[in-house]
Ligand binder design. Structure first.
Ligand code: ATP
Ligand code: MG
Length: 587
């Protein structure tokens, strides 16, 4: 291809809202063009990179035995209603009707559609296992589309779905997909970690995410300094923290704590380590059809609530902050909330101060963090203004719901080896998921097993953010001048830059080199534009082709320059030698 003929609208200025290098360079380099919030056109260079990414994904998946299909982008709402996700998916799902009033959604993911397909054509265990994938458009009406291709509303995903007769076989495929994804991301020159991930409230037993390490990543990953353990903060576990702080031993009682409402104030007031304070976080949990309830989450005072864990604990679609009015409406006293039944024990104690009978019967859902299991000598809110309870022993309360709610913090000890945990940032480019029968069951997708018995498919699902990968690659491969594409996904492997196109000798040599490289199988672009030399070099650096051969003034002595975009190193070589070395480097 010739630069002069290609549509490569490079720009001097970055879009106003662009903060990430990938966003800035993809737009400035003429790869993409924004049409609307979170919706982008791919221009010729962008399409070319996209196709290279696609090809790598396809080659590795096909080699692993997956089969490519292409499903409708517009999907019938009925399927979503059957699976229960029509409500669950919330505002990200774009719903609409056709002229006949039939309801549809733009596919944000395709579990329902793929299960429907298997249901139609797979009826016997003899047809299993089966792994189908597509590389196709997705639409999610994201709350905050941003960072260019990183979080679009319309984007391209590879989504794969596997069908199995049993769990064991599904896990075999899950492991194969993990290995395949590792190959894919390695071929793209990415530095990534495979991390344990949140499987969400809706089904699924195990899941792993592929995180490209980058400071600009939206995900926080917890990594162990001592072993291989790595997890998304939404799922990260830790060893239960211990404390050397002295326990505030006391008999169960109410204590007057006027105006003391925060963990810090309480800690100071009682001279007590927050380890012995019960932190109460009240949230409004939102369920299907807008149903909601107030939930109290309890943790030790030095822990923070992990909201994804908390939402999963109660099976909520979302947790939102509860207003003071909403808390008061169910009888809670903001600033003095605590495990509600404790007060009854105080009330029952001889000589204890009077308590409000109605406070003992609050009907509020409570969930406790594991760290509070059998906790003694605790101080917590009394559910009464200006009072806390001291000497609380949580083991006296019956039927409490304990689960992991606390956010793993830097410096915590690793669950696997006890090593020190720390945070790092990542961009999620892939997610693999052990689904089980979460979709096959409600959608009635079954096969006949060896005994002729109908059983639901056991499934796995596997996603890759194909368009997001363009951004992820640049986040790891750029400098202050522009992108630096790894060879495997570069828009062109090399560019031949003719310094002055009006100079016949330069022009002719440029053409010759260009043809020689083409013949050698190099994906090469000829920059034959009638532009200043400096301008062309700037474009080379901005766009980020891995190599350039510059045909300039020194051609008079038979010399050209071989430029490496990564190191910006320039080597003066005779024409033949430059071509030979470039071909050798690339092949
Ligand atoms: P995120 O947490 O980033 O919103 P997700 O968990 O919703 O991602 P999945 O449903 O697992 O994502 O989708 C599979 C892959 O699709 C993700 O790993 C990611 O790479 C990509 N992806 C998801 N949402 C977007 C988006 N809005 N824009 C671009 N790529 C996306
Ligand atoms: Mg998402």
């Amino acid at each position: 291809m010739r630069f002069s003929k290609m549509l490569i609208p490079t720009l001097k200025e970055a879009p106003k809202d662009a903060v990430l290098p990938s966003h800035i360079y993809l737009v400035r380099g003429g790869f993409i063009h924004q049409v609307a919030s979170g919706i982008y056109d791919f221009l010729p260079l962008g399409k070319k990179v996209l196709d290279k990414v696609r090809t790598i994904v396809k080659e590795e998946l096909d080699a692993a035995g997956s089969q490519e299909v292409q499903l409708g982008f517009v999907t019938p709402a009925e399927l979503w209603k059957k699976s229960g996700r029509y409500e669950k998916y919330g505002a990200e799902l774009l719903r609409f009707e056709d002229r006949k009033g039939n309801e549809f959604v733009l596919g944000p993911t395709h579990e329902e559609m793929m299960v429907e397909l298997a249901k139609q054509f797979v009826s016997s265990y003899k047809q299993l296992p089966l792994n189908l994938y597509q590389i196709n458009l997705k639409f999610r009406d994201e709350a905050r589309p941003r960072f260019g291709l990183m979080r679009g509303r319309e984007f391209i995903m590879k989504d794969g779905y596997s069908f199995h007769a049993d769990r064991e076989d599904m896990i075999r495929e899950f492991n194969l997909m993990e290995a395949t994804y590792r190959k894919i991301f390695t071929r793209m020159g990415l530095d990534f970690r495979v991390v344990e991930a949140d499987s969400g409230a809706i089904g699924g037993e195990g899941s792993k995410e592929f995180m490209v390490l980058a400071d600009s990543g939206e995900d926080t990953i917890v990594v162990c300094e001592g072993c291989e353990y790595a997890a998304n903060i939404e799922a990260a576990k830790r060893k239960r923290p211990e404390t050397e702080a002295e326990a505030p031993e006391a008999d169960l009682n109410k204590f007057h704590t006027p105006g003391i409402t925060t963990i810090e104030d309480l800690s100071r007031f009682f001279y007590v380590d927050p380890h012995y304070l019960v932190k109460t976080v009240a949230k409004k949990a939102i369920y299907d059809e807008g149903r909601s309830e107030i939930v109290l989450f309890f943790l030790r005072g030095n822990d923070e609530l992990q909201e994804v864990k908390a939402a999963n604990a109660v099976g909520a679609n979302e947790l939102v902050d509860a207003s003071e009015e909403e808390l008061e409406a169910v009888g809670l006293v903001p600033g003095y909330m605590g495990p509600v039944d404790l007060i009854r024990n105080v009330g029952a104690m001889e000589g204890a101060p009077p308590y409000h009978e109605e406070r003992a019967h609050l009907n509020v859902r409570m969930v406790f963090d594991e760290g509070l299991k059998d906790a003694k000598n605790m101080i917590c809110g009394a559910n009464e203004k200006d009072y806390h309870i001291v000497g609380a022993d949580l083991s006296v309360l019956k039927d409490l719901e304990f689960t992991d709610l606390a956010q793993t913090q830097e410096g915590d000890a690793c669950v696997k080896c006890g090593g020190k945990l720390s945070y790092t940032k990542g961009i999620e480019v892939g997610h693999i998921f052990q689904l089980g029968t979460r979709y096959s069951e409600p959608l009635g997708a079954t096969f006949l097993d060896q005994n002729g018995k109908a059983r639901p498919f056991v499934m796995g699902t596997y996603g890759i953010g194909v368009s997001r990968l363009l951004a992820a690659v640049i986040e790891q491969h750029h400098d202050e001048r522009g992108s630096i594409w790894p060879l495997s996904v570069a828009p062109f492997e090399a560019v031949v830059i003719v310094g002055n196109i009006k100079d016949e000798a330069q022009k002719e040599t440029g053409e010759t080199i260009y043809r020689q490289l083409l013949d050698a199988g190099v994906d090469v672009l000829l920059d034959d534009r009638a532009e200043r030399f400096g301008f062309k070099m700037k474009d080379f650096e901005l766009i980020g082709f891995p190599y350039a051969i510059v045909v300039g003034k020194r051609l008079a002595d038979g010399m050209v320059e071989l430029v490496n975009r990564q190191s910006l190193e320039k080597r003066e070589l005779p024409v033949e030698e430059a071509v030979r070395q470039l071909v050798e480097t690339i092949r």
